[in-house]
Write a protein of this length. Structure first.
Ligand code: ZN
Length: 535
């Protein structure tokens, strides 16, 4: 018998955590950061205490009480005593890996807490993105996916607290097992990349205990990895062969992006396996249609071509397709696309795996915006980046003095640069990102509107408040393509794969599937927190 237990992604978008057990073996399907539940208790200056290790996330129900899967350096001797009478408490010693669908934190973030003897299975691109995100960002202790700071008892000077204080301990990398390529498959440029030490080192060079990448074939399960189209490169769905038949896990997907063909191939291949169960995302079940990425291109091109001054393009972090859409528009309108250092770092990383990604050094329309940094010694990754691309660096002054020459890739969180840029009144703020539920950080639209009014920027595609709801004006729609398939597309996937059992996940309306798949021969089972579904 195969058992599936859902600990996250139930009646919520993101936070997927699924336990699959089969004949003494077990796997986790994603282990995401539960943004919705996190926000119920925490905000910017009220966070789980890193010094308390597992105690806060376990107590607040952000992590399931599964003894044996979490990092031992975060456990105190008495920790589990407090959770053994929790109805969800279990001891689990047989988890052989985590199948990661993509590098969005609502799927990957809580890998941070997992024992590093549990390897992460992913595509090569996903592994590299997790590293690029950490190298170039300030990841909190509960979002350290690729490598983490082991906690150490180190309380000098008479401190009597029981909390963990991170000492001078080297960072520990997790074991990643790559499912879509082996070292031998890699192209010449990727080999260069390998020897560049990107995987083995953090930007500070020495402080990482690294784990060389392995292949996925060492897994106790027979696995299939199906690349799919989503709003971040490297996304995949998974197939797991169990004693009850194949279990398919969709991750997040769509048919209307640049890699739609991948999703179609996944559906065909998964159907051939005649699966016992399909765990299917349902983010956009309520939407009838999609805006496609090429429509975003057309609509944004029109808006930008007719604008006179500076253009600010606001789109989701790590959405490389959107970045490339705006790069094309920059080429078509004779402008330069100014990207932020963290996007440049990701672009550079991805190019080593995918030669089709443009080379920042060579591309005439790409420049990197250097933020006004107070410190003389910014992060080493940042210094290295600006050294490598010295001739491609622009400052606030460069933008300010030739405003009509630039499309600046800023989001809400970069607006504090505007006093240095002083955009001319009437400059365009193009909002190409409208999935607040899916955002890693929720945007305060009221505050964003205030910034735009203060600098007299003209918003387009930005939600405005109407009867207590934030909505994009009808005539300004079509500037964002969602990372998720719409309702009819999702039903199409369900009917084509035609698993005997369908379990919805990552959805606020999981009942949609039961309603629409009646008499289809597919049994829909709704998951409940911590409840085991035998298949
Ligand atoms: Zn996602």
């Amino acid at each position: 018998m195969t058992a599936l237990t859902f600990y996250g992604g139930i009646n919520e978008i993101g936070g997927n955590k699924v336990l699959l057990e089969d004949g003494g073996r077990a796997l986790l399907l994603d282990f995401g950061f539960p943004y919705k539940r996190h926000k119920l208790f925490y905000e910017e200056y009220l966070k789980p205490r890193s010094g308390a290790g597992l105690l806060d996330p376990l107590t607040m129900g952000l992590l399931p009480p599964l003894e044996g899967i979490y990092r031992e350096d975060l456990e105190t001797a008495a920790l589990w005593r407090g959770f053994r009478d929790n109805p969800l408490y279990r001891r689990l010693d047989n988890v052989g890996g985590i199948l990661l669908s993509h590098a969005h934190l609502d799927h990957s973030g809580h890998i941070s807490f997992l024992r590093n003897t549990i390897p992460v299975y992913s595509t090569a691109i996903t592994a590299f993105i997790t590293k690029a995100i950490q190298d170039s960002g300030k990841s909190d202790f509960d979002q350290q996916v690729c490598y983490f700071n082991p906690a150490a008892f180190d309380c000098p000077g008479g401190w009597k607290q029981t909390a963990f204080i991170s000492g001078n301990v080297a960072k520990q990398q997790r074991q990643f097992c790559i499912a879509d390529m082996t070292r031998d498959d890699l192209s010449a440029s990727a080999m260069q990349f390998w020897s560049s030490g990107f995987w083995e080192k953090t930007p500070r060079q020495k402080e990482l205990v690294s784990c060389p990448l392995l292949s996925h074939t060492n897994c106790a399960f027979n696995l299939r990895c199906f690349p799919v189209d989503h709003s971040i490169p490297g996304a995949c769905a998974w197939g797991i062969e169990t004693n009850s038949g194949w279990v398919i896990y969709s991750g997040d997907l769509r048919f209307h992006g640049k890699r739609a063909g991948l999703t179609r191939r996944f559906v065909d291949e998964a159907a051939k396996l005649k699966p016992r169960a399909l765990i299917l995302e349902g983010t956009n079940v309520g939407r009838e249609t999609n805006v496609a990425e090429h429509e975003v291109y057309e609509n944004a091109l029109r808006a930008i071509a007719s604008s006179k001054g500076l253009v600010i393009a606001d789109f989701p972090a790590r959405d490389m397709d959107r970045l490339l859409t705006f790069l094309q528009i920059a080429r078509d309108t004779g402008k330069k696309l100014a990207i932020l250092p963290k996007d440049a770092y990701l672009l550079k990383t991805m190019r080593l795996l995918d030669p089709a990604i443009p080379d920042i050094a060579e591309d005439k329309n790409l420049v990197i915006y250097q933020e006004t940094v107070a410190s003389k010694y910014p992060g080493l990754w940042l210094r290295n980046l600006f050294q490598e691309y010295e001739s491609k660096t622009v400052l606030a002054n460069d933008i300010s003095s030739s405003q009509d020459q630039f499309i600046l890739c800023f989001s809400f969180f970069d607006l504090n640069e505007l006093p240095s840029i002083r955009p001319k009144p009437g400059s365009l703020y193009l909002f190409s990102s409208s999935e607040p539920h899916d955002e890693e950080q929720e945007i305060d639209f009221r505050r964003l509107h205030r910034w735009l009014r203060h600098f007299e920027l003209k918003p387009v595609g930005l939600p405005v408040e109407k009867d207590g709801e934030w909505q994009i004006p009808d005539e300004e729609r079509g500037l964002h393509a969602s990372g998720h398939a719409c309702g009819p597309d999702l039903l199409d996937i369900a009917r084509k794969i035609k698993a005997e059992i369908l379990i919805p996940v990552h959805s606020e309306q999981p009942g949609f599937y039961a309603e629409h798949l009646e008499n289809s021969g597919i049994r829909v089972i709704l998951p409940a927190p911590g409840k085991t579904i035998q298949i």
